[in-house]
Design a protein around this ligand. Structure first.
Ligand SMILES: NC(=O)c1ccc[n+]([C@@H]2O[C@H](COP(=O)([O-])OP(=O)(O)OC[C@H]3O[C@@H](n4cnc5c(N)ncnc54)[C@H](OP(=O)(O)O)[C@@H]3O)[C@@H](O)[C@H]2O)c1
Length: 319
């Protein structure tokens, strides 16, 4: 009997918010074999370490051209799923060289290596390539980033589009969900403050679609599995302010919504400019990737169940 060929997928940035979900979704939803990489010495997730389809963990800094070439050359993955990035929008505005290296040069290194091994690249981009003036955006809308982070994400897309390698770009927006890691997201910060009876300030004039990270991970995995090329938009169905989202989190978790204080983004002068309104048309991802986009209330309940499981496993510390 012929042995069945299983795709070999290499994931970068596996310890990140999305990377960790992409890893688990590949394990749960596919038969792919996996190589996972990040800047850490070791894989931090002990619960999946013995998974037989997780063939190797490899330390990889994506800004290091030689390491990217050697790692991809060594494993020759069918697909490279790039979840590594510098996502701190305000830091990227000031640390431009680092942001360019991390978000653009790294993609060029991946492209160069993938070309040699005939690998496909599945890459993640952002709603911040748009300025928010013509929301909701379809995949073919014209980009016009307002900040440097958005410029780097757009440049990473352009590198892929002109590369000649097979690529798929998943553009996503404003993640929330469970994370087993050190850099808490917006939703986690809301929960942490409210649990500790502290106030939480949230912008009431910055509107975005909170997006359950599980949906983005599933989109990335399906785009890989279904061999999709081109661009897909994945975002939550409702565009609401950060303030409104924080209130919805409080209500769902039965925490005190009075602790949430609305503040205008317009008064901040230390922050990078952002689109005031952002949302996506997600029809393509729904029809071609079979995604069912999760609404905020359902998504928050998914998150709450995950928090309880993780509290049981003592993986969450709120202070
Ligand atoms: N978060 C959002 O709301 C959002 C919205 C739209 C799109 N996106 C996109 O989604 C993707 C994933 O974002 P995320 O939220 O998962 O970010 P994240 O949690 O910060 O994860 C990014 C990961 O990349 C790693 N990384 C940074 N520089 C690296 C390097 N030189 N070599 C190897 N790894 C490196 C980071 O490692 P360290 O832990 O060592 O720093 C981190 O684990 C990004 O492309 C981002 O642009 C995010």
């Amino acid at each position: 009997m012929k042995s069945r060929h299983r795709d070999l997928v290499l994931i970068t940035g596996v310890h990140g918010f999305l990377g960790q979900h992409v890893l688990r979704t590949f394990l749960d939803e596919t038969h792919c074999d996996l190589i996972v990489t990040s800047r850490n010495e070791k894989l931090q997730f002990t619960d999946v370490a013995d998974e037989p389809r997780l063939l190797a963990y490899h330390k990889l800094d994506v800004t290091d051209r030689a390491s990217v070439k050697d790692t991809i050359g060594l494993f020759k993955p069918d697909v490279i799923v790039n979840c590594a990035a510098m996502v701190n929008v305000d830091l990227a505005e000031h640390e431009r060289e680092l942001a360019w290296k991390t978000n653009v040069k790294s993609v060029e290194h991946i492209i160069e290596a993938a070309r040699k091994t005939d690998g496909r690249v599945v890459h993640v981009s952002s709603d911040y390539i748009f300025d928010g003036s013509k929301t909701p955006y379809a995949e073919n809308a014209s980009p016009s980033p307002l900040n440097y982070y958005g410029r780097t994400k757009l440049a990473s897309e352009n590198a892929l589009r002109s590369s000649g390698v097979n690529y798929c770009i998943i553009r996503a927006a404003f993640f929330y969900g469970i994370e087993v890691q050190k850099k808490p997201s917006f939703a986690f910060n809301v929960i942490k403050n409210l649990i500790n009876d502290e106030t939480f300030e949230a912008f009431d004039d910055l509107f975005a679609p909170p997006t359950l990270i599980d949906d983005v991970a599933l989109g990335v995995v399906r785009a890989t599995e279904y061999n999709k090329n081109g661009i897909y938009h994945i975002a939550g169905p409702e565009m609401i302010s950060r303030y409104e989202f924080a209130k919805r989190i409080a209500t769902t978790l039965r925490l005190n919504p009075e602790l949430i204080i609305p503040i205008p983004f317009s008064v901040t002068d230390t922050r990078a400019e952002r689109p005031r309104h952002s949302s996506f048309i997600t029809l393509k991802a729904q029809t071609e990737l079979g995604l069912r986009i999760t609404g905020i209330d359902e998504g928050l309940h998914v998150m709450v169940r995950g928090i309880h499981d993780m509290e049981d496993a003592r993986q969450i510390v709120y202070q």
